[in-house]
Design a protein around this ligand. Structure first.
Ligand code: MN
Length: 282
């Protein structure tokens, strides 16, 4: 329902207003979770269905890049990033190039089926991208890691599981918590994140989880955590991404209209995409 909510909020029209030639590839066919009778292992529920959808999504991302477009991927939960980033990485890999990744999120999404307290695969996609686990996702397109941990920046962390911390530390990804944003400011944090994700890469993928934003202004997300990014901080991050000229693809995930109020989270998501894709105040 998240993609529909963002379409209803005028995503296509509002990007066209910025001068973009927008083509909507439509929804990826996925089995609806309420129709899945056997979710598989309780340590990674619906993993087979998620991996299949991620494979299809990855292929579509390649197709978009090959036709000279910038993939903008709408979720859905964050597990889709295992598909979109795999496709983007595969595309650049064919030309002998690497990509970086900026992951803006309240959570690290670096659990594995071994470490997870919940069994939610949407808590695992970054572990897969970094080449760890679950192997159904990390082995997509038969290469790993999809992004070298040295080129991965996590921004906005404020809720990391005890068992997940080890994965964040051991992989060598760069993590910027809300405390870093409080102490150093969003500008300094994003400057460093953009530099790390751009170092030796063809550009970076931006994966924006709407639960990064404070739930006071973005209530329509699955796992809301207090103390998130403000309206201005989040727009600034998007504007800095745009100014860098290095973003090659973007995800916007976790918009959940069932939990939202009058579609305001979807509307904010569209605004943020606009800022990342060229909207300026002056
Ligand atoms: Mn996430």
């Amino acid at each position: 329902m998240g993609p529909s909510a963002m379409r209803v909020a005028g995503l296509g029209r509002r990007l066209a207003q910025l001068g973009h030639d927008v083509e909507d590839y439509g929804n990826i066919p996925v089995v609806q979770p309420e129709n899945i009778t056997d979710p598989g292992s309780p340590k990674a529920r619906n993993l087979a269905e998620i991996a299949e959808a991620c494979g299809i999504l990855g292929e579509l991302a390649v197709e978009a890049l090959e036709s000279g477009r910038t993939p903008l991927v709408l979720g859905g939960d964050h597990s889709i990033a295992a598909g979109s980033i795999s496709g983007v990485s595969r595309h650049f890999r064919k030309a002998g190039q690497k990509i970086g990744l900026i992951w803006i999120d309240a959570h690290a999404d670096m659990n594995t089926p071994h470490s997870t307290p919940s069994g939610n695969v949407h808590g695992m996609p970054l572990a897969a991208i970094a080449g760890v686990d679950p192997c159904e996702l990390s082995s997509l397109f038969a290469f790993q890691p999809k992004v070298a941990p040295a080129n991965i920046a996590l921004v906005g962390l404020r809720d990391v599981d005890e068992t997940e911390r080890v994965n964040v530390r051991d992989t060598g990804v760069h993590a910027f918590t809300m405390r870093d944003i409080d102490e150093r400011g969003m500008r300094a944090v994003m400057e460093q994140a953009i530099a790390l994700a751009s170092d030796g890469t063809a550009g970076f993928h931006l994966s924006l989880d709407m639960d990064f934003v404070d739930p006071g202004i973005a209530p329509g997300v699955g796992t809301a955590v207090p103390g998130g990014g403000t309206y201005r901080e989040t727009h600034l991050a998007m504007e800095m991404v745009c100014d860098s000229g290095r973003m090659v693809a973007m995800d916007v995930v976790e918009v959940n209209p069932i939990l939202d109020t009058m579609n305001r989270t979807a509307d904010l998501a569209v605004e943020l995409v606009q800022s990342a894709m060229g909207k300026r105040i002056l």
